[in-house]
Write a protein that binds this ligand. Structure first.
Ligand code: ADP
Ligand code: ZN
Ligand code: ZN
Length: 745
């Protein structure tokens, strides 16, 4: 009898004895494995397993269990080890990952691996709960911080908790109060603060002083709340300082009150301490933060808190879009136009586009916010897919800055700033204000050249010039990272007349120190602020007014709020005016508007100076006289006529090899396969070599597919790529597919 029962259980088990696994390896397909009986009862989809793979073994994630395999059962290998006792990822997320891998044509195993925190990807056990947050006790609430006379750090932490949401996640606090541990422990020992292993129940009263929303904000908040609980995409189109973040905070509060979760995506360099602090003060320990500068352990902790529903808000960069959130009610994509949302290698997904897909799959609202919306999103408001919300006034009452174009044609070759530019700087500095100069190139100068024979230092691994880094005495290729000692003799004519040409941030800093010897100058670029702490330190100094002249790259163009900056200058924008990339002017316009937004954010009126050798350029005039919206309308009309995105969809097939011939030959063969697939509504361009053919020692070529119908393009891809994979040359080149590419070269 008992035997009979177990025999039938056996049969049931046998009937689902095959696990289909996404192996964490760059291979296209899923693999079937036998489930050993011992593991059979508890193995379910979403768990990690270790499986034999090739000559060794790999970690993978079980995607489904099934009764049959396309392969003979006796050819299947058994799973070696089951690594989880519970699924890490639910069925909906697995479906989402599968969709992503199909759409972007990237291997599912590689995608799942990208989506998981590093330690979990490596097969390490899920960490046990540790302290994730702290909360004020009643005693802590009642005690005035001044009572902690001699413990300055403890006093600061207590005051911070009392002013904010009374509970805070450890991770962001750790960044604010270093070192944190001893002071917190002292506060715990004194009974003012208690440890929490999970965030506290939601506070009904959120912390931080609540502002009265202005009319446009109110209208935006109402519209979004109306659209909640269903898939409704919004474009929140609001100038810098118009109060977009305040709108996010308000709608998130509603989502949390409904017991749901919110995801906030920010660009790579947009996750500033200032932004996190605003969220933290409002929502306390409901918040989890995830970005690439965090330790693996902290990122995993944030991931798990979100995945287990303990964290109610997740703020993170690009890859956070893959975090499971069981109760997701809202997705926000801040600065949605930012190109850092697009992953540029491996699985080339767009986190902004995936936010839309994910919102549709879980029926929730999604808000894309920007002062300079992408043309894609603007187009989607014009065709009715997104609802357009506008914030046109600066919230705190500040006036928009005045923008002036300065003609750079009169400049001598050793000058970088016109006289009017210098006068405006003197005026601002004399009035005790700060000046910010935006220079888009790090290093000393973009060119090192011989004045006798015109030799120019070029990278031997790329078709590109080497950048001069004078302080380190280096030539440095910003494309492949190659460095070499700065030559003092010309390799061509043996002369000694070698000189830098053009302006990088280091040279601008040097020039300004000479021109303004009595003024403190701070430079902010990737070289000057290696490491997050250094950046924060410099930013804090700027806020205290230690520096009056700030020079920076894009690092400074976003998110930072400097109330005393009244003059923002862009000494050289001409690169962006005449680029081969059809998106170049869109990017330049966004940059000008974003950089301008750094000027005059509070009661002081701001001014923006843009220096160019093409002061008559129609695009500049349209942008400066009519604003970004008018510029975008005009540029979108031109895109429509040219048939460029967003009026068409593109896929780029890239190939590279260490010799010059194979990439072109491979792409030509790939193009030949297309002829059989015969899809007349898809245009094919190329193969061509990009302007920089050689990069990091590899020769490159590319083939572009374009169609006004996304459906046609993708069904063609589905039929075509398997043929491409089988081409002989496919094994002699490195190749990749970029769906919806952002950079065409
Ligand atoms: P954005 O995200 O659009 O740049 P923010 O939300 O950061 O704008 O708001 C800019 C500034 O205006 C912030 O200092 C914010 O505190 C303030 N602010 C926002 N909304 C209001 C409001 N309704 N009343 C007063 N000040 C506001
Ligand atoms: Zn020479
Ligand atoms: Zn190089």
């Amino acid at each position: 009898m008992i035997q009979g029962v177990s025999a039938s259980i056996m049969k049931i088990r046998m009937s689902h004895s095959i696990a289909t696994v996404a192996v964490f390896a760059p291979v296209k397909r899923l693999f079937d494995y036998l489930i050993p009986d011992a593991h059979s009862p508890r193995l379910s989809p979403g768990m990690r397993v270790r499986v034999p793979f090739g000559r060794g073994c790999r970690i993978g994630l079980v995607v489904r269990r099934s009764a049959r395999s396309k392969l003979d059962l006796d050819r299947l290998k058994p799973i070696e080890k089951v690594l989880d006792s519970q699924p890490l990822i639910g069925g909906e997320m697995l479906d989402f990952y599968t969709w992503v891998s199909t759409y972007y044509h990237c291997p599912i195993g590689e995608l799942v691996a990208t989506a998981l925190p590093v330690r979990l990807r490596q097969g390490k056990p899920v960490a046990t709960d540790k302290v994730v947050a702290v909360q004020l006790t009643e005693a802590g609430r009642q005690t005035p911080p001044e009572a902690l006379k001699r413990a300055r750090k403890q006093r600061e932490i207590l005051a911070y908790l009392q002013a904010g949401a009374a509970s805070l996640s450890l991770e962001p606090m750790r960044e604010r109060f270093t070192p944190l541990g001893a002071s917190l422990k002292a506060l715990v020992d004194k009974g003012y603060v208690e440890w929490l292993t999970r965030p506290p129940a939601l506070a009904t009263q959120f912390g931080g002083g609540l502002l009265t929303l202005h009319d446009e904000q109110l209208a935006a908040v109402r519209a979004i709340l109306d659209g909640m609980n269903a898939y409704v995409p919004f474009l929140l189109d609001g100038i810098t300082g118009s109060g977009k973040t305040e709108v996010y905070l308000r709608v998130i509060a509603h989502v949390l009150e409904q017991g749901r979760q919110a995801m906030v995506l920010v660009p790579e360099i947009g996750l500033t301490p200032q932004l996190v602090e605003r969220f933290e003060r409002r929502f306390g320990a409901c918040l989890a933060v995830s970005h690439s500068a965090m330790s693996h352990g902290d990122r995993e902790s944030a991931w798990r808190q979100a995945a287990e529903g303990r964290a109610r808000i997740l703020i993170g960069t690009r890859s956070a879009v893959f975090t499971p959130m069981p109760n997701l009610g809202l997705i926000i994509v801040d600065e949605e136009h930012d190109s850092s949302y697009k992953q540029q290698d491996g699985c080339r997904y767009s986190a902004r586009d995936l936010a839309i897909v994910r919102a549709r799959r879980c029926d929730c609202a999604v808000v894309l916010g920007s002062a300079t919306p992408s043309f894609e999103s603007l187009h989607n408001t014009q065709n009715g897919r997104y609802r357009h919300l506008r914030l046109t006034q600066r919230a705190a009452g500040a006036k928009p800055p005045r923008i002036r174009l300065l003609d750079a044609r009169g400049l001598k070759s050793d000058q970088s700033l016109t006289r009017s530019f210098l006068e405006a700087m003197h005026k601002a500095l004399d009035a005790g204000n700060q000046v910010l100069l935006f220079v888009n190139r790090r290093g000393y100068a973009p060119i090192w050249t011989c004045f006798d024979c015109n030799w120019i230092a070029e990278c031997r691994r790329c078709d590109a010039r080497m950048t001069v880094h004078l302080k380190q005495n280096l030539l440095w290729c910003h494309h492949c990272g190659l460095q070499q000692a700065l030559p003092r003799r010309c390799p061509k004519c043996d002369g000694e007349n070698l000189n830098p040409l053009g302006q990088g941030t280091q040279r601008s800093e040097e020039t300004l120190r000479q021109l303004f010897p009595e003024v403190a100058v701070a430079r902010i670029d990737r070289d000057s602020v290696r490491g997050k702490q250094k950046l924060e330190k410099t930013l804090a100094e700027i806020h205290k007014g230690k520096h009056s002249l700030l020079i920076g790259t894009q690092l400074l163009s976003k998110g930072h709020h400097f109330p005393n900056v009244t003059l923002v200058g862009m000494p050289d924008i001409d690169q962006g005016l005449f680029s081969v990339d059809f998106r170049a002017t869109e990017r330049l316009a966004q940059l000008i508007v974003q950089v301008s937004g750094r000027s005059g954010r509070e009661e002081k009126k701001g001014e923006v100076l843009i220096q160019t050798r093409y002061p008559e350029h129609p695009m500049l005039h349209l942008l400066l006289e009519k604003g970004y919206a008018a510029f975008a309308r005009q540029a979108l009309r031109e895109r429509r006529e040219a048939g460029f995105p967003p009026f068409s969809h593109q896929v780029l097939l890239r190939a590279s090899a260490i010799s010059q011939g194979p990439p072109m030959a491979f792409l030509q063969e790939a193009r030949d396969c297309l002829r059989d697939a015969g899809e007349s509504s898809v245009e094919v361009w190329g193969p061509v070599v990009p302007p920089m053919e050689k990069r990091a020692g590899r020769f490159r070529a590319q083939l572009l597919l374009q169609s006004s119908s996304r459906g046609c393009l993708h069904s063609l891809l589905d039929a075509w790529l398997p043929k491409v994979e089988k081409l002989k040359l496919a094994h002699r080149v490195r190749w990749s597919v970029d769906v919806d590419p952002l950079d065409l070269y």
